[in-house]
Design a protein around this ligand. Structure first.
Ligand SMILES: C[S@@+](CC[C@H](N)C(=O)[O-])C[C@H]1O[C@@H](n2cnc3c(N)ncnc32)[C@H](O)[C@@H]1O
Length: 246
């Protein structure tokens, strides 16, 4: 696969603390986070979406927000005035909530057995802060394959996910607790604005690119948005991987 461009390569610093909690609580709480507006460190995940759309000429005619949660990210995408916007989640409660509260978009459940998403083909699929919910490389591959086969030709898959740094550094509203060593490791962080500890599965950019190549994506760009405060100026908390289906 061809690398088109990569920005803000960075150094890694580790600070580790131990904390463990039950998976189910993290999952439930992750959904809870989605109800909140985008603020502080989390806003860095969203701040460059417009640039990504422009720089990659992303076609927003039929856009899917995969892992829409309580439509926080969907409403963000709506700002760019895409033609038709769809949201999907594996959590039934999220989908019900979205359907009741946002009549401008079409929401549907992502069922594990299907090989493509309902309402496909899409011109663009965004997966915003969702990938770290997937616990095995097979799950990541299955979901990426589904994206590939649900995209129209020349469609983009845009993945925004947490970097290793988010589990190690101190940011405005988050602090690393338990750092991953390898891709696929469990990792923990503390979200100070909502006083919450969350546990994820960390996926490295290299593993994501390898899986995307296996699945059939042909080129990618990798970006690391930065902000103006604390560790956020040098250690990017999020990465944006934009994949193109030829
Ligand atoms: C941290 S929330 C982010 C929600 C939203 N994208 C946002 O930024 O506000 C992650 C969401 O991904 C959903 N999710 C996890 N695995 C998924 C999958 N395989 N397909 C679709 N949604 C998934 C979870 O249920 C949760 O609602």
């Amino acid at each position: 696969m061809t690398l088109l461009y990569e920005v803000n390569i960075f150094k890694v610093s580790f600070t580790r603390k131990k904390e463990e909690k039950n998976d189910k609580i993290y999952r439930r709480r992750n959904c809870y986070i989605s109800k909140k507006i985008v603020t502080n460190t989390c806003s860095i995940a969203f701040k460059d979406i417009d640039k990504i759309i422009k720089n990659n000429s992303v076609n927003l005619t039929r856009t899917l927000d995969l892992g829409c949660g309580f439509w926080r990210s969907t409403s963000y995408l709506q700002k760019f005035n895409p033609g038709q916007i769809f949201g999907s989640d594996i959590d039934e409660k999220s989908v019900d909530y979205c359907r009741k509260n946002n009549k401008d978009c079409t929401f549907f459940l992502n069922t594990p057995d299907s090989l493509q998403y309902e309402y496909n083909p899409f011109s663009a699929i965004f997966s915003i802060l969702m990938l770290f919910h997937l616990e095995t490389a097979d799950e990541v591959k299955k979901e990426m394959k589904k994206c590939f086969f649900s995209l129209a030709n020349k469609g983009h898959l845009i993945i925004i996910t947490r970097t290793k740094e988010l589990y190690t550094a101190n940011y405005t509203s988050s602090r690393g607790v338990k750092a991953p060593i390898n891709s696929g490791d469990r990792a923990t962080m503390y979200l100070s604005d909502i006083n919450l500890v969350v546990e994820d599965t960390y996926w490295s950019e290299q593993q994501l690119i390898d899986i995307a190549t296996e699945v059939g994506f042909e080129s990618y760009t990798l970006e690391y948005p930065l902000a103006e405060k604390f560790d956020e100026t040098i250690l990017p908390p999020f990465l944006i991987l934009t994949l193109l289906k030829r």
